[in-house]
Write a protein that binds this ligand. Structure first.
Ligand code: 8YV
Length: 327
């Protein structure tokens, strides 16, 4: 009588599309959480203690303290492009492969940056709140006067795939595009995006929309603080679709309250999911709950790519041993 080797155990830290989970179930014993939950380091260690792999959300932390308690762990598939939740050095030391989901969410996230630009400048959510509150008593020429988008200067910090997708959309709005990046991108990309490289101070000084697409790291933490906000035009808008922590939220609240900039559109916050009460009280900021990549098709593509990565990283499927998106 032959006994089958036990199948590797895999943890999925948040709900995922059922048909995508079924692909994992072909290879592994899958434990999936059926509700959204923010995990502490201790809880992560406890969940991962007996697992060989995991599909994680971008807020689920893995560092050396977690890895010290997860002897079986071989691979982590982050379901997102950002990976500031992962300590890559610690993962490397522990021999754990980490992957992310680049490429599949660029256009959807770029659309959302534009949604925030348009909503902030044209006071879309503020107008809707006002209407729903029963304030609209008749046509008025003077209500909700906002800023224009067409023809204004778009400034992008971070010219990776998402930054480029944002820039390419600007030509229809006849907007000159300036960008700043750790290093200048290839001439062909600048040409395709009709984007001009400038230094950081020039971008802050000249842009009517300052859009952040940089990853969060020690080098970008609070890269937009009081001094940078003071350097922006009074008519300018700040848009953050990247990560909380890149902006000093307290400094931004002060700048918005004192109308030192015209407004902001924020999809991410320093202490997500908490949004400061002072921020909630302001009308000149559009606030959304980290949904930049949240179209159905894109979230499906992200889930599917994360699962492809995990299957391959754990030595199964057509790409066994060759996960497409090792970080
Ligand atoms: C999130 C993101 O993954 O990809 C990223 O880095 O921040 C987003 O796409 C998504 O919002 C789910 O948490």
């Amino acid at each position: 009588m032959s006994t089958q080797a036990p199948r590797p155990r895999v943890w999925v830290s948040r709900p995922l599309f059922d048909d995508v989970l079924d692909r994992l179930r072909e290879h592994f014993d899958v434990e999936v959480e059926n509700g959204d939950h923010d995990w502490s380091h201790e809880q992560m260690a406890q969940k991962l203690r007996d697992k060989t792999g995991a599909v994680l959300g971008v807020a689920d932390p893995v560092d050396a303290s977690v890895l010290a308690q997860t002897p079986l762990l071989r691979a982590i598939a982050n379901r997102g492009v950002g990976y500031n939740n992962l300590d890559l050095d610690a993962l490397k030391n522990a021999g754990v492969v980490a992957t992310n989901t680049p490429g599949v969410l660029d256009e959807t996230t770029a659309d959302f940056a534009w949604a925030l630009m348009l909503a902030a400048a044209r006071r879309v959510t503020e107008g809707e709140r006002w209407l729903r509150a029963g304030n609209w008593k008749g046509m008025s020429f003077h209500i909700m006067l906002g800023g224009d988008v067409y023809g204004k200067t778009l400034g992008i910090f971070g010219m990776g795939r998402i930054g480029q997708a944002i820039a390419r959309r600007a030509s229809g709005f006849r907007m000159p595009v300036i960008y700043h990046n750790r290093s200048r991108v290839a001439a062909g990309i600048e040409e395709d995006c009709e984007a001009r490289y400038v230094d950081r101070d020039t971008l802050l000084r000249d842009a009517d929309f300052v859009v952040l697409t940089v990853p969060l790291s020690a080098g970008t933490r609070h890269m937009i603080g009081a001094a940078e906000l003071a350097a922006m035009k009074r008519e300018a808008y700040l848009i953050n679709i990247a990560r909380g922590g890149i902006v000093d939220d307290a400094a931004l609240i002060a700048a918005l309250r004192e109308k030192r900039i015209a407004g902001a559109g924020l999809d991410v916050f320093e202490h997500e999911p908490e949004v400061p009460a002072e921020m909630l009280a302001l009308d000149n900021v559009v606030l959304t709950p980290h949904i930049g990549s949240a179209s159905l098709a894109t979230r499906r593509a992200m889930a599917s790519l994360a699962v492809d990565n995990l299957i391959a990283a754990l030595g199964c499927g057509p790409n066994a041993g060759r996960p497409p998106n090792v970080i």
